[in-house]
Design a protein around this ligand. Structure first.
Ligand SMILES: [Zn+2]
Length: 265
């Protein structure tokens, strides 16, 4: 077992008890040479940058934003449900035109509370063609009508803009499954109840879908987005974990599959 782990985890140091992975590298969030460290085998939630505290999926997200939109600091960005860490803090601090929103179903939508717009992603108050980038991190698996959310995000994006997001692809070898439904504001789980942490709701957020790799086809069915899914494994950037996929949905003049690589000049 040790040799297998050593093989897959490369520069791992097995010094301390409970230490699972520790290596030096360069963090795409704080842009510092840093130590990445996890004391747990579940790297997705424990493999921290010891400088800024970010996690692998946030480092993957920043890497993909830099890859396709290196001028992101000059762009208009909407981030839905940001957290006080890593990629969200970087985008907030360094992007000149950054708008953050949260989802408070009990408050008036379209209004600003504590610096956040209260926005229902399925029915947004933003104008058409407003943003260059929309960012969501682990939000889509809690949305009950992802088709509506996709259409709305598409509407609020400018042409050549994109929705760049993290969504845990938990159904690796299975099609997407509906995990719960909402009926008259009541959540009914179709499978084992599952909630994830929510920074603005101590009760957490129920999981609505378990997504599989058919998500790209679903997005194409729901909207005019051209979509790609990117999986990065780069230990020098501290990017190694389960469910690290970054999904890029691009709004283009003409819908053409997999044409995100154009317009890089
Ligand atoms: Zn960092």
């Amino acid at each position: 077992m040790i040799s297998y782990i050593t093989q897959i985890y490369g520069k791992m140091e097995m010094g301390r008890k409970n230490m699972f992975l520790k290596n030096y590298g360069h963090c795409p969030c704080c842009e510092q040479d840093t130590l990445f460290q996890s004391n747990e085998i579940w790297l997705r939630d424990y493999y921290f940058c010891m400088n800024c505290g970010c996690l692998p999926r946030e480092r993957a997200l920043m890497t993909v934003i830099e890859m396709f939109y290196p001028n992101w600091r000059e762009l208009k960005i909407h981030e839905s449900s940001p957290i006080e860490r890593g990629a969200s803090i970087k985008l907030k601090n360094e992007c000149k035109n950054y708008t953050a929103s949260q989802f408070w179903p009990d408050k008036k939508f379209g209004k600003v509370y504590d610096g956040f717009y209260n926005i229902d992603l399925e029915n947004q108050h933003f104008n058409n063609d407003k943003f260059d980038l929309v960012i969501t991190q682990d939000v889509f698996e809690h949305i009950y009508n992802p088709d509506k959310a996709c259409k709305e995000i598409y509407r609020t994006l400018k042409t050549d803009g994109a929705h760049i997001c993290t969504i845990p692809m938990v159904n690796k070898d299975k099609p997407t499954e509906k995990w719960s439904i909402k009926k008259n504001d009541e959540i009914i789980f179709l499978n084992e109840p599952e909630d994830h942490g929510n920074p603005v709701d101590k009760n957490g957020s129920p999981v609505s879908y378990h997504y599989g790799y058919d998500l790209c086809f679903l997005i194409q069915k729901w909207s005019n987005f051209n979509t790609i899914m990117i999986s990065i494994d780069n230990i020098d950037k501290g990017i190694r974990a389960e469910y690290n996929e970054i999904i890029v949905m691009k709004k283009e003049k003409r819908s053409r599959p997999f044409s995100i690589f154009k317009n890089r000049n």
